[in-house]
Every structure is written in structure tokens, then in C-alpha cells.
Ligand binder design. Structure first.
Ligand code: ATP
Ligand code: MG
Length: 355
């Protein structure tokens, strides 16, 4: 792994995009005072995720962005990209499970952008990542956050004057222990989260215990119900088998009975039809006789009516003559004088005849 290229754009005094190639292992940058040598070192600090503004001689994000000059206007963001040669594939990134994954790129590029409002953006090989990922990645190549690898102007004595704790941190960084410390911290964080989750789950379990008991009972009932269903099905099957035997038997008996009745019916029907044949001949004869008798009765009745009418006419005539006799006092038959009593007798005789 080796520093390959540094690209500075809009960072501090670098208004335009500036590319610095580090082709040999030994590189030095020379220039007059105030030409921006220290700004190059700060650009490297910046892109490696430096959070201390003080170490970059600024107070906020806007101090890192090009402030503008006589001829150039102020920039809106500062961007620095650093390229590492990774042909030996030493750069690693830990995944969520804590496993290290070697990055399969020949060149690793890390970019950081800062905007005037102080907002930061980190990009690893074209993909936006978190600062944590940058730290994780750099720790895998023993570049920690102690800054021991960058000694700024006037800071040479910083290492010499460092206290035991800071020195230890630098040594640990150089030894590549930082990544393990990250992992420990990460694991502790996860452990803490897991403990919180356990507490939450315990609480939920306690809360849900009555409901769980209820559900257990329901399950027991359901299982019992299932058993009973199986038992019921067996009983049903047995019952149906018995019923089918009984029904077969019944069917046989009934069909025998039905056959018997059918035969009887056939006999009776035969008898009826033969009886009907006989009786119809006799009946027809009698009906014919009855019709003749009826005709006779009718003709007698009409004769009687005729006679009745004639009798009525005659009686009328007699009555009329009797009335006339009564008025004249002579007998209509012999012409002799008749007394009242005789007239009465004639009338009486006529009434008797009428009756
Ligand atoms: P020396 O040799 O004295 O150490 P140097 O080469 O290290 O100087 P730097 O300190 O890197 O110089 O650069 C300082 C220059 O950068 C100054 O001229 C300053 O005006 C300029 N500078 C710093 N911050 C900004 C900024 N945000 N915008 C524009 N220019 C800036
Ligand atoms: Mg300087």
C-alpha cells in the first residue's frame, strides 16, 4: 500500500483542482512561505477523516473552503480525494457481522467534501459511506486517528513531549491495534443494544404471559377438539357401516314384501278387470232397459198431461154451462125448470168430479 495521488479542489488556498502525484517513496514539497505547503498536509488530514478543526487551523467547515481572492470568487465546497495503491489488497472493511472483507480494488480512493455550512460527505471508490467506514478502512492499514503518521509544522516535539497515554495510543496505532479497539467498541455497543433488547423482550414476555397462557389453553382445546373429531369420524364410519348393513337387510325385506303386494295387486287388478268385463255387459243391458222404461214413463207422463189439459177444458166448459143454467133456471140437457137446490147439486157434483 502506498500513497499514489492527492487531488485537492477548493480546499483552503487551492481554488482550482490540483493533482499531486507521489510517484517515488520519498517526496518533498518545497515552496515559499504562505504558498500552501501546510495546506497540502492538512488536505491529507482532512481526507483521512480528521475531526479536529484546530489541527487544520480552522474553526468550522467554511474555513476549509476557498475564501476567494481578488480574481477568484468564493467556493461553495472543498473536496479532497486521496488515492492509494492497493495491488497488494491490504485494505479491508468490516461488515455488520464483524468479518473483515478485503477490498478487491487495485486503487482505493477516499474522498471527503465539506460545504460552507459544515456538512461533510465521505465517498469510498465512488460510493458514499459513513465516517465510521473510513476509520474502519484506515485502521485496517494501521492508520488510526491518533495522527502519529502526520507531523505538522512545529509539531515535531509533540511526540517527544507526549504523555504516557498519548504515546501508548500512538504505539497502538502503529501496531495496528486500533482496528481491534474499534471492534471491541463496536461489540460493546452491540452488546449494550442486545442487553436493552433482552430487557425489552423480558418486559414483553411478562406483559404477554397471560395472553400466552390463554393461547396455550386454546391450543390444548384445539388439539383435544382435533382428537375428538378423529374419534367422531371413526364412530361415524362404524355407524354408517352398521346402518348400511341394516338398510340392505331392510331393502331386501321390503322388496320381498313389495313383490308380494305387487303380485296381490296384479291378481286383484285381474279380477277387477274380468269383473268389469262381465258387469259391463249386464250393466249395459239394464241401462238399455231402464232407458226404455224411462221413455215409456215420459210418454205416459205426456199423455197424462194431455188428458189433464183436456179434462180441464171440459170442466171449464161444464162450469160455464152450469153458470148459464143457474142464470136461466133450465136444465141444459132436457130444458126443464130446475130449482136452486138442483143447481146446487149440479155444482156439488161438478166439484166432486174435479176433485
Ligand atoms: P509556511 O512556509 O510559512 O509554513 P505554507 O507554505 O505552509 O507557509 P500555508 O500555511 O499552507 O503556507 O498556507 C497559508 C496560505 O493559505 C495563506 O496565504 C492563506 O491566506 C491561505 N489560506 C488559508 N485558508 C484559506 C482559505 N480558506 N481560502 C483561501 N486561502 C486560504
Ligand atoms: Mg507551513
Amino acid at each position: 500500500m502506498r500513497l499514489k495521488t492527492l487531488q485537492i479542489n477548493g480546499f483552503k488556498s487551492f481554488a482550482h483542482k490540483t493533482i499531486l502525484e507521489f510517484e517515488t517513496p520519498v517526496v518533498s514539497i518545497v515552496g515559499p512561505n504562505g504558498s500552501g505547503k501546510s495546506n497540502v498536509v492538512e488536505a491529507i488530514r482532512f481526507v483521512l477523516g480528521e475531526q479536529s478543526m484546530k489541527s487544520m487551523r480552522g474553526k468550522g467547515g467554511s474555513d476549509l473552503v476557498f475564501k476567494g481572492s481578488k480574481n477568484l470568487s468564493q467556493g461553495s465546497k472543498a473536496a479532497v480525494t486521496i488515492y492509494f495503491n492497493n495491488t497488494d489488497k491490504v485494505f479491508k472493511l468490516s461488515n455488520d457481522g464483524g468479518d473483515d472483507i478485503n477490498l478487491n480494488y487495485d486503487v482505493i480512493s477516499i474522498s471527503r467534501e465539506v460545504f460552507s455550512d459544515g456538512m461533510n460527505k465521505y465517498i469510498l471508490n465512488g460510493t458514499e459511506v459513513r465516517l465510521k467506514d473510513i476509520h474502519n478502512l484506515l485502521a485496517s492499514v494501521n492508520i488510526g486517528s491518533s495522527g502519529h503518521h502526520i507531523i505538522s509544522q512545529g509539531e515535531a516535539d509533540r511526540i517527544l513531549n507526549a504523555n504516557a497515554r498519548d504515546r501508548r495510543e500512538m504505539v497502538e496505532d502503529a501496531l495496528g491495534l486500533k482496528i481491534y479497539q474499534y471492534k471491541i467498541k463496536e461489540s460493546e455497543r452491540k452488546l449494550e443494544k442486545t442487553n436493552e433488547n433482552i430487557k425489552e423482550v423480558t418486559m414483553l414476555r411478562r406483559e404477554n404471559a397471560p395472553h400466552l397462557n390463554f393461547l396455550k389453553k386454546q391450543v390444548e382445546k384445539f388439539e383435544k377438539g382435533k382428537e375428538m373429531q378423529v374419534e367422531l369420524a371413526d364412530l361415524y364410519r362404524e355407524y354408517l357401516k352398521k346402518e348400511s348393513v341394516y338398510l340392505e337387510q331392510e331393502e331386501k325385506t321390503l322388496s320381498a314384501e313389495s313383490n308380494k303386494l305387487k303380485n296381490e295387486l296384479k291378481d286383484v287388478a285381474g279380477k277387477i278387470s274380468s269383473t268389469e268385463d262381465n258387469s259391463s255387459v249386464a250393466g249395459n243391458k239394464k241401462i238399455e232397459e231402464l232407458r226404455i222404461v224411462e221413455q215409456k214413463i215420459n210418454s205416459i207422463r205426456s199423455d197424462k198431461n194431455e188428458l189433464g189439459r183436456k179434462l180441464g177444458r171440459i170442466e171449464g166448459m161444464i162450469e160455464a154451462k152450469a153458470n148459464r143454467v143457474k142464470i136461466s133456471g133450465k136444465c141444459p140437457l132436457c130444458g126443464s125448470e130446475i130449482k136452486d137446490t138442483e143447481t146446487d147439486q149440479i155444482e156439488k157434483r161438478q166439484n166432486e168430479e174435479k176433485e
